[in-house]
Design a protein around this ligand. Structure first.
Ligand code: ADP
Ligand code: MG
Length: 450
């Protein structure tokens, strides 16, 4: 599917909302080209203008400034070659599944027989065979979203835009539907020439897209455009997959110093092992939640101690941890959240665990610990053995505290487990990415939501 011609071009597109003093720039000077054969994901924090851009691209909205070209021609009004799938699909409750899919075909004056045939075919392809005469209320969320996909595809769009299409679904339905969409796309059985998907999930973007465009807010703008050089089907546990995920994280986190300085080296290796700041995750989450509510996601460090009612020593440890994890930067006494920190502050508990796990996996002390556990029999080690190894790097008391903190963080991230009675540390699920449970509960595959 490698066409070369540009399907869509945004040139210096800006969007201003409101008028006079109240007006603000939601999107500033976006340049973007979508080429035939591409699956593009748009990633960025809430309010960075992702939905706005999709409305501009589909012609539902005219930008305040700049140009939209479709196949080289300026777009006027709604783009007849594009359609949109929304987070929750507004199906007509009084129409059957089949009738819902026929709506856009009817609007285009396609004769009854033809549109029924096409709608039946689409329902078949999205796996809704047998549900043609059902009403939306009879369907699960996942099935309703499938009707939404079928409806969006009914007009055989060249450009299919998807605005967080899986985020309202439970873990299993979302995963199934992702697979089905990818199958349709990679098989080349649909006339769609390009896909543009807004997502809050870093993992989802890396799993599905060929290119990821990362946006930031205030004002909404594109900050990075990176290719995902992985063939389909992609394996989430594949080191190459995790590598791309890490790169996206790094972009969102920003990097202030070279990695070896920022992270230090593993215990026993030449160079200094950077000690983990002794903090518990709830406090870290509390700090980020507090700052994410402040103007510009930024605070004066010394005011923070007062506001959070912690002593300044403790606050500095928290600040150091957020910096180490890439959740914040410190500039001239100000504590400023990175996009990643902002994301963490706004994320669900499940998404936080996944983000936290991804961030600590890159710390040399965790890499060292995980490698040792992987090599050990039954993937477990006695506490004392690990502590002794750490004593090569830290004085005994500090080695113990380091291990305390590492186990505490690792348990939160569901990378490590600890058996207090046997004083054993072991790898959770052999360090693999948790897979969805049928209940879709706590151990479900967490989608990193930003
Ligand atoms: P995203 O989809 O990335 O969360 P949106 O495109 O929905 O972002 O919104 C970008 C910014 O523009 C937000 O601050 C939002 O409140 C604002 N906004 C979006 N639509 C409108 C509108 N129709 N009128 C005024 N402000 C809007
Ligand atoms: Mg949106």
């Amino acid at each position: 599917m490698n066409g070369e011609s540009p399907l869509l071009r945004l040139m210096n597109v800006s969007q201003i909302y409101g008028t006079g003093q109240r007006s603000f720039k939601a999107v500033a000077l976006v340049n973007l080209t979508v080429t035939e054969g591409e699956f593009l994901a748009l990633l960025g924090p809430s309010g960075c203008g992702k939905s706005t851009l999709l409305r501009i691209i589909t012609g539902l909205q005219k930008p305040s400034e700049g140009q939209v070209l479709y196949r080289g021609l300026p777009l006027k009004g709604v783009n007849p070659q594009a359609s949109m799938v929304f987070q929750t699909f507004a199906l007509f409750p009084w129409l059957t599944v089949l009738e819902n899919v026929e709506v856009p075909l009817k609007a285009r004056g396609i004769p009854s027989k033809m549109r029924t045939a096409r709608a039946l075919d689409l329902l078949d392809r999205v796996g809704l065979d047998g549900f043609e005469t059902a009403y939306p209320r009879e369907l699960s969320g996942g099935m309703r979203q499938k009707v939404g996909f079928a409806r969006a595809m009914a007009i055989e769009p060249e450009l299919l835009c998807l605005d967080e299409p899986f985020s309202a679904l439970d873990v299993l339905s979302a995963e199934a539907l992702r697979g089905e969409l990818l199958e349709l796309w990679t098989s080349g059985n649909i006339p769609t020439r390009a896909l543009l998907m807004v997502t809050h999930s870093i993992e989802e973007a890396v799993y599905m897209a060929d290119r990821i465009v990362i946006m930031e807010k205030d004002p909404g703008r594109v900050v990075k455009d990176l290719k995902v050089p992985l063939p389909h089907p992609r394996i989430r546990k594949d080191p190459k997959f995790l590598d791309v995920v890490d790169r996206v994280y790094a972009i969102l986190a920003g990097q202030t110093q070279p990695e070896h300085v920022e992270l230090g080296t593993a215990p026993g290796e030449p160079g200094r092992t950077r000690a983990l700041p002794h903090i518990v995750i709830n406090e870290l989450a509390g700090l980020l939640e507090h700052v994410v509510e402040l103007p510009n996601d930024r605070a004066d460090i010394y005011r923070l101690a007062e506001e959070l009612k912690v002593n300044s020593d403790h606050l500095l440890r928290l600040v150091e941890a957020t910096e180490l994890l890439g959740f914040a930067t410190i500039t001239q006494g100000d504590f400023i959240l990175t996009s990643l920190g902002e994301t963490f502050g706004e994320a669900s508990i499940l998404a936080r665990k996944e983000m936290f796990a991804t961030r600590i996996r890159r710390l040399p002390i965790f890499q060292w610990l995980i490698a040792m556990l992987k090599a050990a029999e039954n993937h477990q080690l006695e506490w004392d053995v690990v502590q002794t190894a750490l004593e090569l790097e830290f004085p005994p008391e500090e080695a113990q505290r380091q291990l305390d903190t590492a186990v505490n963080w690792g348990r939160y991230a569901e990378l490590l487990a600890y058996d207090d009675n046997a004083e054993l540390i072991y790898l959770e699920l052999a360090g693999s990415v948790p897979t969805p449970s049928p209940e879709g509960r706590d151990n479900g595959s967490p989608q990193v939501v930003i």
